[in-house]
Design a protein around this ligand. Structure first.
Ligand SMILES: NC(=O)c1ccc[n+]([C@@H]2O[C@H](COP(=O)([O-])OP(=O)(O)OC[C@H]3O[C@@H](n4cnc5c(N)ncnc54)[C@H](O)[C@@H]3O)[C@@H](O)[C@H]2O)c1
Length: 293
């Protein structure tokens, strides 16, 4: 990448950090598009200072991630990983006392009612779950109109939910949200699902909550330090199901993200990029984005 940077007018990026050091080597750069929607690997202020527009691929992966969140809820509540491992080991054992649960009738708390949270909420409702929504930036009447229950008081809502599913961005205001206090407020025996970002969660606090039995399980598509170089302590627990940040990466999701990233890049240099895909929209307002590339 370093060899190409001096000539690059635009970059399509997935996980590579886009930081000041990289930007110093890219004097021509005017546009960056994230292949995905999270942009915590991009130094947005540094881009904005240089007048470089950052776009994402909104909606391209929302369906895929929402389905993955449901899959993790089902995997945990139906203990599919344990059962599968048991059968493969030759144990066709139906436990005398069931340790599995239906999703129907459960209460789920969706934290963050954006593109993915909204789809996950609808899937949960279709499964017959009661859906609580905590999102300080979405008006309560909007949540109610969608058929969900708005819960402005996060701590109180945590005590009511059988499953908490995270769908908020990880940034300076939200990093570490799921710490000791958050976990202690969760209902005993409840489940945590994280398909958002690993940095939202204090993994030591989560491990303690699982080891004490306060939480019954955690389904994680993301961890604090990615990629994982050595097994993290959470992997020692059977109550944890982990996937390697693949929620968005179905064949269809990858194709939609690739087409959207390429389309955004073509549109930017043609002066017709849809502003809804842009993160640092102040650049569009102050006219620093050229009308035609
Ligand atoms: N696992 C994956 O492969 C994968 C793929 C795509 C996105 N993601 C992650 O999923 C998350 C959601 O993506 P999206 O496209 O739905 O984003 P989005 O911007 O559409 O939605 C985020 C929502 O979170 C809300 N929010 C912000 N701060 C909040 C807070 N403190 N409490 C509650 N809600 C808050 C916002 O109001 C917004 O409605 C992001 O963290 C993103 O990085 C993960």
């Amino acid at each position: 990448m370093a060899d190409r940077l001096p000539d690059a007018d635009g970059i399509i990026v997935r996980g590579t950090p886009i930081d000041r050091a990289l930007l110093d080597g890219a004097p021509r750069l005017r546009f960056v598009c994230r292949h995905g929607v999270g942009y915590d690997n991009v130094d947005v202020p540094a881009l904005t200072e240089r007048g470089i527009v950052l776009a994402v691929t909104p909606d391209a992966n929302a369906t895929s991630v929402a389905e993955h969140a449901l899959m993790l809820m089902l995997a945990l509540s139906r203990r599919v990983v344990d059962f599968n491992a048991g059968v493969r080991a030759g144990n066709w054992v139906v436990p005398a006392e069931s340790r599995t649960s239906d999703l129907a009738g459960c209460t789920v708390l969706i934290v963050g009612l954006g593109r993915i949270g909204g789809r996950t909420a609808r899937l949960c409702a279709a499964f017959g779950m009661h859906v609580l929504i905590h999102d300080p930036y979405v008006p309560a009447n909007t949540v109610s109109a969608l058929g969900f229950e708005p819960v402005p008081d996060l701590a109180a809502a945590l005590g009511r939910a059988d499953i908490v599913s995270l769908h908020l961005p990880s940034d300076g205001t939200t990093r570490g949200t799921v710490g000791t206090a958050f976990l202690a407020a969760m209902k005993p025996g409840s489940l945590l699902v994280n398909t958002a970002r690993g940095t939202l969660v204090d993994e030591a606090a989560l491990e303690a909550a699982l080891r004490s039995g306060h939480l019954a399980g955690a389904g994680l598509d993301v961890i604090h330090d990615e990629p994982m170089r050595a097994p993290i302590p959470l992997l020692a627990l059977d109550s944890v199901v982990v996937t390697p940040h693949v929620a968005a990466s179905t064949r269809q999701g990858l194709r939609r993200m690739a087409l959207a990233a390429a389309g955004n890049t073509i549109d930017f240099f043609a002066g017709r990029l849809n502003p809804s895909a842009v993160i640092n929209r102040e650049l569009l307002a102050d006219g620093r984005q050229p009308a035609r590339g």
